[in-house]
Ligand binder design. Structure first.
Ligand SMILES: NC(=O)c1ccc[n+]([C@@H]2O[C@H](COP(=O)([O-])OP(=O)(O)OC[C@H]3O[C@@H](n4cnc5c(N)ncnc54)[C@H](O)[C@@H]3O)[C@@H](O)[C@H]2O)c1
Length: 438
């Protein structure tokens, strides 16, 4: 049954605090939003800005733009800030990232120059290939988290913000599995005070945001907010969270192609995915420990979609490999190859080859924008804890304990749009369609 949720109006300013604000994804996002505000660029790739949503029957011909259907913050009302380990303004960082051309950056030069990071919480143990020079100091991780909380409060007060959200666009940290330190909020706080090795910097940002009642989204595959301890905190404080790992290039294609194989019951014997990229993210992922975090995230999608336990003849034993190679000449322009060995009727083998020449940050920037606006919507609608309806944007979507995540891009999109319909009391769309043939 449709229900209309109470959604607070998006009045006043929305603060957007980005961890890793000097990175390629963050600066491409910032430059794009600033250019769109000026009318010199289009928000291509952004569902919140360009997407429409069908309401009611196909014959009703009601398909408003999402931004006209559901109350979202306006781009003019976003105020940007964040943290990074380099004391550099966002214009210089954007030039350094080499994603956008000078002619595009020049149109928003002054605005980007005005955005400067706050000192980061960083420890090279968790990102081996980076050295941080602009970092906070304290005796314990708990005190560092308190400093981040203070930053959030100061930023919110100084800019007279109505609401704030935090999004992690920082580097991929080393692989950490949930352990005793993450079991409960109590154990997490004790672990912070004892400088426990399983408490990574990203977890301190997430803790700080949730303590301040600020939604937290995680664009990298790090464990970060995906622990029982921080879920307990999110529920206790009524805060929305989502993650992990923006779904952009190769994995985006994988979550479209794999459902097609399953839909037609075509078997899979092997899927070899390789990538070359030459940006700082590529350099960080060249370290085996950070790569392991990314690898787990990229590998998880096929099993989730193909469900070998339901279709053992087709998917029980497929070989899946993902490689990422750091190759400086390409910069942010990643190239990926997928070799997919499939089999059909009577077991006859076939192959699919995919060669995607993409631009990593160009694909990620609209995702950052949509997540900022949808996370703010979720918070205003009182939706606390994991926002599974935002799985559409993530490679390793967070889901409730014991519930397998949904990876199929089009199921994810349907879930997202039905959530919006549900919030506004519109009929959910099932695609049954018998009513047209009565
Ligand atoms: N671009 C994509 O398509 C894509 C897709 C999925 C995930 N991601 C992830 O998004 C993240 C950002 O990617 P990118 O290409 O912008 O990388 P990047 O290296 O250009 O930017 C990361 C930024 O984070 C900063 N940083 C690292 N640790 C920090 C900390 N503890 N506190 C504050 N700042 C910190 C770095 O100094 C850097 O400026 C990476 O983790 C990447 O794996 C990117």
């Amino acid at each position: 049954m449709p229900t209309t949720a109470v959604i607070k109006k998006p009045k006043g300013k929305l603060g957007v605090l980005i961890v890793g604000i000097n990175g390629a994804v963050a600066t491409t996002f910032l430059a794009g939003v600033l250019a769109i505000r000026k009318g010199t660029a289009q928000p291509i790739g952004s569902l919140t800005q360009m997407g429409a949503i069908r309401l009611g029957k196909r014959t009703d011909r009601r398909s408003p733009l999402i931004k006209n259907f559901i109350p979202l913050a306006k781009l003019d009302d976003l105020v940007f800030g964040g943290w990074d380990i380099r004391d550099e303004n966002c214009y210089d960082s954007a030039v350094h990232a080499g994603v956008l051309e000078g002619e595009h950056l020049d149109t928003v030069r002054k605005e980007l120059q005005a955005i400067k990071p706050m000192k980061a919480v960083f420890d090279q143990f968790y990102v081996k290939r980076l050295k941080g020079s602009f970092v906070k100091k304290a005796k314990t991780k708990f005190e560092l988290a308190e400093q981040i909380r203070e930053d959030i409060r100061t930023f919110t007060a100084k800019n007279k913000l109505d609401r704030t959200i935090v999004i992690w666009c920082g580097s991929t940290e080393v692989y950490i599995t949930p352990g005793a330190a993450h079991k409960s909020l109590k154990s997490f706080v004790e672990a912070m005070k004892k400088n426990h090795v399983d408490i990574a910097p990203s977890m301190l940002y997430a803790y700080a945001a949730l303590m301040e009642g600020v939604p937290f989204a995680n664009g990298a595959p790090n464990l970060t907010v995906d622990t029982p301890a921080l879920m307990e905190l999110a529920k206790k404080n009524g805060v929305a969270v989502s993650g992990k790992d923006f779904k952009t290039g190769q994995t985006l294609l994988k979550t479209v192609l794999a459902p097609m194989l399953k839909a037609r019951l075509i078997g899979l014997s092997g899927w070899f995915s390789s990538n070359i990229l030459g940006n700082r993210d590529g350099e960080v992922l060249d370290d085996p420990e950070s790569f392991k975090t990314k690898e787990e995230s990229k590998l998880s999608v096929l099993d989730g979609i193909l469900q070998p336990e339901l279709y053992p003849t087709l998917y029980k034993d497929f070989y899946h490999k993902v490689r990422i190679n750091y190759y400086p000449p390409r910069g942010d322009n990643k190239e990926s190859w997928d070799n997919i060995d499939i089999f059909g009727w009577m077991g006859y083998p076939m192959q699919i080859k995919v060669n995607f020449l993409c631009r990593d940050s160009i694909l990620a920037a609209p995702i950052v924008l949509d997540l900022v606006l949808f996370m703010d919507l979720a918070q205003r609608a009182g939706m606390k804890g994991i926002q599974e309806w935002l799985s559409f944007y993530y490679k390793s979507p967070m889901s409730a304990p014991g519930l397998y995540p949904e990876h199929d891009l089009f199921i994810q999109l349907m879930k997202l749009k039905n959530t919006l319909r549900h919030l506004k009391g519109e009929e959910l769309i099932t695609h049954l369609g018998v009513e047209y043939y009565d």
